[in-house]
Design a protein around this ligand. Sequence first.
Ligand code: ZN
Length: 331
Amino acid sequence: MALISLKKILDLAAEHSAAIPAFNVNNLEQIQAICEAAQEMNAPIILQASSGARSYATIPFLKGLIQGALEKYPNLPICWHQDHGHTPEICFESIRAGFSSVMMDGSLLADGKTPSSFEHNVTVTSQVVSVAHALGVSVEGEIGCLGSLETGLAGDEDGTGAQNAHFSDLLTDPEMAYEFALKTHVDALAIAIGTSHGVSKFQKPPTEETLSLTRLSEIHQRLPNMHLVLHGASTVDRATVEKINQYGGAIPLTYGVPISALQKAITLGVRKINIDTDLRLAVTAAIREYFYQHPEVFDPRSYLKTTRIAMHKICCDRLIAFGAAGLAAHL
Ligand SMILES: [Zn+2]
């Protein structure tokens, strides 16, 4: 099967009141773990490359890994998505490289830090949509700036993170979301309701004040047919963080987004859920534990294999929890 567009996958998710996890990928073990899980669960999958992944692995190597996945899993529906592009040129480069979906994040200026105007966002996003749609490539836009409602700060991850965002930017305005969708014709829309990138999402378990499902519901009511996207949606599993720290790590104990909140968000129109931190934590915990228990081993394949197992479990769990398991049969 060739790569498929984000729109096709998310239309299917909407029909089945489900969401598809979008996992960030940088290397071989991640792609193997994610695709193996999706294959087992008979689920479509979104593999996305952040700007950090694009500079770490570079597009030629990422492209090779995606090609490998398509050959190894010929029946697996895969969307290859470019995460957070801050200029149309970045998105066009990805389209030329073969991505089947791009995110034009015009909520920030080209520096990936300064909040932009609504007009700027509409202009750059529309430019990308007109080119992408002509080529069968989907476009995700963003309205509002991701950030913590507790602190007013946006975590920086892979070069993306608002600086000096107004508090009002941290909760997407439903009317602006409606107007943005109308003017740009994006296929999916990332919204801000209190989730943030990185490991430090909440200082205490999130409440309606810090993770506004009410605002999400208002956006969904205004845009009932739009595929909404939740960024910064890792759960930050406490046991995994504790395991990292038990074996010499120093990760602060914070809180992520509970699975129950993600499942509620799915009933409110969220169709794509981005997950990066949870896989990073799983890899780190697996390697730290392995090094401690097997100090004599120096074959990287031995400990990298354990990371694949750890990531595979998370991927299966999310595919089941989001209702994505079994959906590949419909594509
Ligand atoms: Zn993001």
